[in-house]
Design a protein around this ligand. Structure first.
Ligand code: CA
Ligand code: CA
Length: 121
């Protein structure tokens, strides 16, 4: 874990006002380490980035755009060290798609994702 890397310099780093390298801000439109990103396009263009699970994509837009996430996901990249499970239904229901750490792929035509959460799959 990253904890051992910062031992001994925790106070200095915290007071400097710099966010830890492991910190990721979900839904800011930037796919950072520790997040999974759902793209409107082939691993490019607007990205819906999550650092924690979201049970319902229908109330989200691609950050910085007016494009609804639901129904508009074409590809996905997992920049997390965790597995994520994506679901075709809201509230983690329906068919599951297992997304291993540091992998990426394109959704099959007609396939869509409505919720996702880190987890074993
Ligand atoms: Ca982010
Ligand atoms: Ca949501």
């Amino acid at each position: 874990m990253a904890t051992s890397l910062v031992a001994g310099s925790v106070v200095v780093g915290a007071l400097a006002g710099t966010a830890p390298a492991s910190a990721a801000t979900g839904k800011n439109g930037v796919l950072e380490p520790g997040e999974i990103g759902f793209y409107r396009g082939f691993l490019a263009g607007p990205v819906f980035d999550l650092s924690t699970g979201d049970p319902d994509f229908s109330d989200d837009h691609f950050p910085g755009t007016a494009i609804p996430v639901a129904g508009n996901i074409d590809s996905v990249r997992n920049r997390d060290t965790r597995h994520w499970v994506a679901f075709t239904g809201r509230n983690f229901t329906g068919s599951q798609l297992c997304l291993a750490p540091r992998t990426a792929g394109t959704l099959a035509p007609g396939r869509d994702i409505s919720s996702a959460i880190p987890g074993i799959c």
